[in-house]
Every structure is written in structure tokens, then in C-alpha cells.
Design a protein around this ligand. Sequence first.
Ligand SMILES: NC(=O)c1ccc[n+]([C@@H]2O[C@H](COP(=O)([O-])OP(=O)(O)OC[C@H]3O[C@@H](n4cnc5c(N)ncnc54)[C@H](O)[C@@H]3O)[C@@H](O)[C@H]2O)c1
Length: 437
Amino acid sequence: MSADRQPIGVIGTGYVGLVTAAGFAELGSDVWCIDIDADKIECLERGEIPIYEPGLQELVARNRERMRFSMDIADALGHARLLFVAVGTPPTYSGDADLSAVQAVVDSIPPSDRHALVMKSTVPVGTGRAIKRVLREQDKDGLRYVSCPEFLKEGTAVADFLEPDRVVIGDDGDWAGDAVAALYAPLDAPLVRTDIASAEMVKLASNAFLATKISFINEIANVCEETGADVIEVAKGMGLDARIGPQFLQAGLGFGGSCFPKDVTALKQLAGNSGYHFQLLNAVIEVNELQKRRVMSKLHKHLGSLVGKRVALLGLAFKPNTDDMREATSLVLSARLQADGAKVVVYDPVAEGEARKLIQGVDFAQSAMECVSGADAVVLVTEWAEFKELDWGTTAEAMSGTLIIDGRNALDAEAITAAGLIYEGIGRTRDGVAKDH
Ligand SMILES: NC(=O)c1ccc[n+]([C@@H]2O[C@H](COP(=O)([O-])OP(=O)(O)OC[C@H]3O[C@@H](n4cnc5c(N)ncnc54)[C@H](O)[C@@H]3O)[C@@H](O)[C@H]2O)c1
């Protein structure tokens, strides 16, 4: 252990927990990593990383002697005062956050006046207050509570941990909030110290705002298609306005993943449960659902009936550089295509294992070229770098048809049309090249 850094515990070693644990280990802390998933703990003890996240393998390997893995929370309690909670909070059927894993962690901690729970999981506003009430009822009010929401993005999670835009800490003004702030101090990031409810809301509001930006540009894209404007040009012109900024202005097939869909819905539910109708978020969610299906009308426009047509989906993960398939657009698309009678062949550089658990009835190709071979149409679903570098001449020869739908506006439209293929982006002029220059 580094002389001035206390050991910490991290409960839940998924995307957030493992990155947080490895990140703090990199900063010099001894970290006790706890999970109820025996396979995951065994895998981590062998030095293997159960998820695909660029740079994480190296970070864990470099700090291996500071990281310990266990299924027994007592190991963390025995060595660490701060227990970071990074368990899942998936949506329930109603759209509210399922807090049963968080509750299980709270219940498993014995009375103590030297420990604090530090909530990294994304939870509804009011969760901290509710947990403190439960702790009082369980005669565990010596336990401190801190909200420290996580903003990392899968695919760049390691860099996001080490160079965060900000660190948000919501606390009751006791030792625990200061201890969390001290842990993050070496990162020299802007620090927002606030109350617990406000910290909880920062997380939900941030994700809801980013999702709103995506749905907004998708609606602009749809209007561009009707009016002859090109959304790439429009987004460039808008994004240079410092009040708007260029990020999350990429039109495409909508957002997915483990966070945006559930967090937007959870905020909408939270507002509704508190008596407020959050109208804007209803539209954000609805636009996103429609956007995922927009490819279907484009396919029908060019191919007519899809019965017996071979449609290749390039990319399955909800975004590049991750194997996370939660709420991925590919899940909706592959089902819709099959319902319309298409033969679906898919390829993803890393997500095949996860995808096989969720997608039935499709052929899994082992390379992009195998995927596009014999296809009547190719749809880019996830903008992995290797798809941007495809040789479109070779692709055109391998395909049966000529239609390329660029669901992420990430491909080289000119190279595609030059190869004799038809290019369709999202919100773009037909061949992807802006006119009237
Ligand atoms: N994934 C992201 O990009 C991201 C970003 C910011 C915030 N978050 C939030 O962080 C939280 C965790 O997300 P994730 O993607 O890392 O989830 P995950 O599903 O990858 O990991 C959760 C882990 O918690 C473990 N777990 C469940 N119950 C447990 C218990 N009682 N004790 C110990 N371990 C337990 C699970 O086995 C799993 O390994 C969620 O609330 C999520 O909304 C996620």
C-alpha cells in the first residue's frame, strides 16, 4: 500500500466496479474487489478480464499485487473503511430502477461506525435518504453514506477514470466525503461537493441530457432527409457553437447500452412517482425507439419485400470498443428483419459471445467479408474501426446486391458510390455527398 492511501473495497466487479478498482489501484490504493459471481471472481484471480474494455487488462495486470478478489464482503470490511458499491441497477418491468442488488449489499454490512458506503451505482434521487433510513432501522446508523456517481463510458472507461471531466461527491459533511475526495485528489479533476440528493440527480440529469441531444439530432436528420439537407453538415455547423458543442450530435440508429435507456426511463419514472410529468423525456424515448427501426423503411424502399433477402449486419455491440449487448440496436433490428422474412447474417469483432446469448435465428459470420458475401444489403449497426476501413471494391464483388445502409454515418460515402454501390446514410443526401456547395 502507498503510505498515504487507505485500502478500499469495491462491491461488484462489472464494468464500473472493475475499472474503479483498477483505477484506484493505479493511484496506489490496495483494493478488495467483491462479487457474488463465482465464475467472475475465479476468472479475475486467474488474471483474466471477464469483459472487453480497451486498456483494462493492462491496468489490472500492472496493479495485480494491489488487487484482491473475493466473494466474501467480510474481506473488504476487514481491511477497508470505504466500500464503493458498483452493483447493477437494471430496469424493472415498470421502468423504475431495480435496487435489489444495492439492498442486498446494504443488508450484508454489519453495524459499524468506521465504515462508509460509497454509491457508484446509478440510483434514483432519494436512494441515499432511503438507505440511511434502512440503516437506522437496522441499528447501523454508525455507517456513513456517500453518493459518488460514475460517468465513465464503455470503450474509453480507463481513460475516463484517470482523466474525468469532473468528480461529483454528495455527502453529509462527515469524514467519509472527505476520504472519498482525498482518494480522487491525485487526479486533479474539477470537484463538485454537494448534498446526496443533488449528486444523485447530477448523474440522471447528465445521461438524460445526452440522450436528449442524440434524439434531437436524430429528429433533425429525419427532417434533413425530407428537405434535402445533410445532417453531417448541419451537425458540424451547430457543434462549432460553444453553447452546443460537437459531442453527441451524431445522427444514427439511436442510443442503446446499459445506461442511457434505463437511466432516462428511471428519471421519467422518478418524476412521475413524484407527481411530475416529464414530457420531454417521453419524446426522447419514443424518438429513439422509432430511430432503431428506421433502417427497415430504407431497406423496403430499395428492396421491396425482404422475404428471402440476405441482410448483413455489421456490428452488434451497442457501440464500438465494447462487448456490451445491453439494449443494443442490433437486438431490435435482427428481430424485425427476421419478422419481415429476411435471412440475417451478423458479425461483430468482439461481441459475438454476448450476442449469441441474446440473438436467435441469425448466422454468425467470422469476418466482415464473410458477413457481406452474398448479401442483398449491408447495414452498418456499430461503427467499429475495421468497418470504416473495408475495401468497397472487394465488398461490391462479394455482395449479391448493391445497397449499403450506413446506420452510423461513419462510412466513406464517396468510396462506396465509386465502387458502384448505393449509399444510404441517416439524414444524408442520397449518395451522402452534400450538394449546393
Ligand atoms: N456500464 C457503464 O457504462 C456505467 C457507467 C456509469 C454508471 N454505471 C452504473 O454502475 C452500476 C454498475 O454497472 P455495470 O455496467 O458495471 O454493471 P455490471 O452488470 O457489469 O456489474 C455489476 C456486478 O455486480 C455484481 N453483483 C450483483 N449483486 C452483488 C452483490 N450483492 N454483491 C457483490 N456483487 C454483486 C454482479 O455479479 C456484477 O459483476 C449500474 O448502476 C450502472 O447504471 C454504469
